[in-house]
Every structure is written in C-alpha cells, then in structure tokens.
Ligand binder design. Structure first.
Ligand code: B4P
Length: 196
C-alpha cells in the first residue's frame, strides 16, 4: 500500500490537489473536511456537533475524526492506498493514524506539505467564501482563528513525520497544474523506492 498525507494550512490547496492525485494514482481520498461537511448536510448528530466547532474556526474533537477515519479504512479493505487530506491535524490524530495503519500492516509512506504565504491563503479563502457558501470562509476573523489553530495544534504534526524522514515541503503558489507537477514528481520518486 502507498499511503500519502497532503498537509498544509487552510486554503493551501489540499482539496484541489487531492482530487487530481487520487485520479492519477488510484488512491482512496479521505478528506475529513469533506466527510464532516457531508455529516452537516445530512443533519446527523455528528454533523450538528461538528458544525459548532467548524463555524468558529476550531478543530472538531479528535475522537470524532479518528472514529470517522477508522470506519473509512474498514470500508476500503482492498484499497491500493489512501490519500489523507486534512488529517492528521493534531499530534493525537497522527498517533492514532499510525496505530490504525499498523493494525493493517501498513504505514504512512510520505507527507507532502503545501507551503503558501498567509496573505495568499486569506485571499483564496475569502474568494472561495463568495461562492461556496461555507460559513468558515466568509468571516476574516474565523479564517485568522483557523490559522492560529493551525500554527498551535497542526503544524507540530509536521515534526512527527520529519523525524520519521517522511516529510517533504512543496511550494504551493503558482498555477494548480504547476503545483500538481511538483507533487507528482515527489510521489513518483517516493513510489520508486517504496517497499510495502
Ligand atoms: P478542510 O475541509 O480540510 O479545508 P481547508 O483546510 O479549509 O482547505 P484546503 O487546503 O483543502 O483548500 P482548497 O484546496 O479547498 O477543513 C475545514 C474545517 O473542517 C477545519 O477548519 C476544521 O474545523 C474541520 N476539520 C477538517 N479536518 C479536521 C481534522 N482532521 N480534525 C479536526 N477538525 C477538522 O483550496 C482553497 C481555495 O484556494 C479554493 O477556492 C481553491 O479553488 C483555491 N486554490 C487552490 N489552489 C490554488 C492555486 N494554486 N492558486 C489559486 N487558488 C487556488
């Protein structure tokens, strides 16, 4: 199995690039953001709970997202690999992911981190908010809150994978196709030396 994490701050292009990468590499796309938005759209109890955190720019509690990922992994037992988009976002989530993959006798192969300046991120998110209807994209104060949560809670996750020599930073500004080409180059290189 080849298991990839696409990492980066809110609006860095994780969702945009993931869609192209899963098609090219036939990986199963697991976006915790998309899964949570589906729960909200279906007005499930989990969705209602998640919405109260997401609207404020906060992270949804670890046990909720870890449970969602666990059931998705169970659902796709025959997968050639997974692309984790927006997960893990805390050290506890990274630890839980390792344990879940271990049970399946596999592990994370590579983490690609999209590097984008805060100024560009704010402009992308406010722009998306005009058409997406996403309540977390329309208020600049909520967007700034998401960045501070990213700095405090999510960026330490990168160190976890740096120590394991699985981390690679990718310049995330430029056209979607240019960034996609840089991501593909890094994935192809990692796949060429991949063992399990
Ligand atoms: P997510 O759904 O993960 O989304 P995101 O971080 O806001 O954006 P992403 O990086 O995917 O950006 P995109 O490609 O869309 O999270 C939303 C919320 O869900 C979180 O704040 C949190 O509350 C909750 N959540 C999710 N996962 C969680 C977890 N594991 N634990 C706890 N809570 C969790 O790109 C953004 C915009 O930029 C788009 O409009 C796109 O068109 C544009 N764009 C993309 N690439 C571009 C480029 N190269 N140039 C110009 N524009 C570009």
């Amino acid at each position: 199995m080849f298991n990839l994490i696409l990492f980066g701050p809110p609006g860095s292009g994780k969702g945009t690039q993931s869609e192209k990468l899963v098609e090219k590499y036939k990986l199963i796309h697991l976006s915790t953001g998309n899964l949570l938005r589906e729960e909200i759209a279906n007005r499930t109890p989990l969705g209602l709970e998640a919405k109260s955190f997401m609207d404020k720019g906060q992270l949804v509690p670890d046990e909720v997202v870890i449970g969602m990922i666990d059931s998705c992994l169970e659902h796709h037992k025959e997968a050639a690999g997974f692309l984790f988009d927006g997960f893990p976002r805390t050290a506890a989530q990274a630890d839980a992911l390792d344990k879940l993959l271990n049970l399946k006798k596999t592990e994370i192969s590579l983490l690609l981190a999209l590097d984008v300046t805060e100024q560009e991120l704010v402009s992308r998110l406010l722009n998306r908010g005009k058409t997406s209807g996403r309540s977390d994209d329309t208020d600049e104060a909520v967007i700034r809150k998401r960045f501070s949560v990213y700095t405090n809670e999510t960026s330490p996750v990168a160190d976890y994978y740096k120590k394991a020599r699985k981390f690679k930073s990718i310049h995330g500004e430029g056209s979607v196709d240019e960034i996609n080409a840089a991501l593909r180059q890094a994935i192809d290189k990692a796949m060429a030396t991949h063992k399990n």
